[in-house]
Design a protein around this ligand. Structure first.
Ligand SMILES: C[S@@+](CC[C@H](N)C(=O)[O-])C[C@H]1O[C@@H](n2cnc3c(N)ncnc32)[C@H](O)[C@@H]1O
Length: 274
């Protein structure tokens, strides 16, 4: 599946410092560095893949599988990372749900950054993940699309931002979102439901935590240019019109509310194949 053009990828968001920090923490949990064969599931445009590579500098016996269902994202990742002679990066075009076939070997770690929320049948996927791990291998994922990701003190900002952006969309483009069924990333599980899924697959939870992250204006601005985000908050709206309305609405509300940051909570979980 590949709906978005390069113009609407995740690249500019993925290199923001606050976001890098969130993912660096996840790589710590996955013990990347000690673990040498790694799947970067839902790798996107390679932001996390690059962080993995930094920890595996000139390492022998190192293999990375960067898996994504977007050819646009994989192409951007390959360009960003470039040719590496010292280690192997395999770019795998596949649905995460087809992991069993997509990656033939068993690996030491599977990291799944900010992408698990897209998959409808998470239990089935996590069972495949377990089968792909060597004994004592680690699965680590994070997400900020779960029930509890929006702290109480961010609600007013969100409400105002969405209302303003919708008004701009209507006034300037004569458009409104289509009332379709919720996209999968909008159907949100609780942290406990995620834990149940991981344990239900037979993995042992090592770390399960919630981090409040202060997201700057730049974060909300860049995410408004990402196709998945636009399609989530403004379903059926052309990406260019959606981005423009969201970014204009954001700028106005940010100034009016005199904001410096708006918080969001990330769930990070690591688990081992006992
Ligand atoms: C928000 S980006 C995260 C990228 C990267 N992991 C990061 O944290 O910087 C989500 C990525 O997941 C990919 N994705 C979404 N659903 C997927 C699926 N079912 N199978 C494979 N990739 C998927 C999207 O194409 C996108 O590149």
């Amino acid at each position: 599946m590949d709906t978005a053009s390069e113009e609407y990828t995740f690249t500019s968001f993925s290199y923001l410092p606050f976001y890098t920090q969130v993912n660096v923490r996840l790589l710590d949990l996955a013990e990347v560095g000690k673990q040498r064969t790694i799947v970067d599931l839902g790798c996107g445009t390679g932001g996390v893949t690059k962080l993995i590579l930094e920890r595996l500098q000139s390492a022998k016996d190192t293999v990375i599988y960067a898996v994504d269902h977007s050819t646009t994202a994989l192409k951007a990742a390959a360009e960003e990372i470039g040719e590496r002679k010292d280690l192997v990066v395999n770019y795998v075009h596949s649905e995460a749900q087809n992991l069993t076939d997509a990656v033939k070997d068993r690996v030491d770690a599977i990291v799944y950054c900010n992408s698990i929320h897209y998959v409808p049948d998470k239990a089935k996927l996590v069972k495949q993940i377990k089968e792909k791990l060597v004994t004592r291998g680690i699965f680590a994922f994070n997400t900020s699309f779960f029930e509890g990701a929006h702290p109480e003190d961010s609600h007013e900002f969100f409400r105002k931002w969405m209302m303003r952006s919708l008004r701009i969309l209507k006034r300037e483009h004569g458009l409104s979102p289509k009332k379709t069924s919720k996209v999968e990333s909008r159907v949100q599980l609780t942290a406990n439901q995620y834990i149940d899924i991981v344990e239900g697959a037979g993995l042992k939870i090592l770390v399960n935590d919630l981090n409040r992250v202060e997201v700057p204006h730049e974060g909300w601005h860049q995410i408004s240019g990402f196709s998945d985000w636009i399609e989530g908050v403004m379903p059926g709206v052309p990406l260019d019109k959606g981005r423009e309305s969201l970014q204009k609405g954001l700028a106005q509300i940010w100034t009016e509310m005199e904001l410096k940051t708006v918080p969001r909570v990330w769930l990070s979980v690591s688990a081992s194949k006992v």
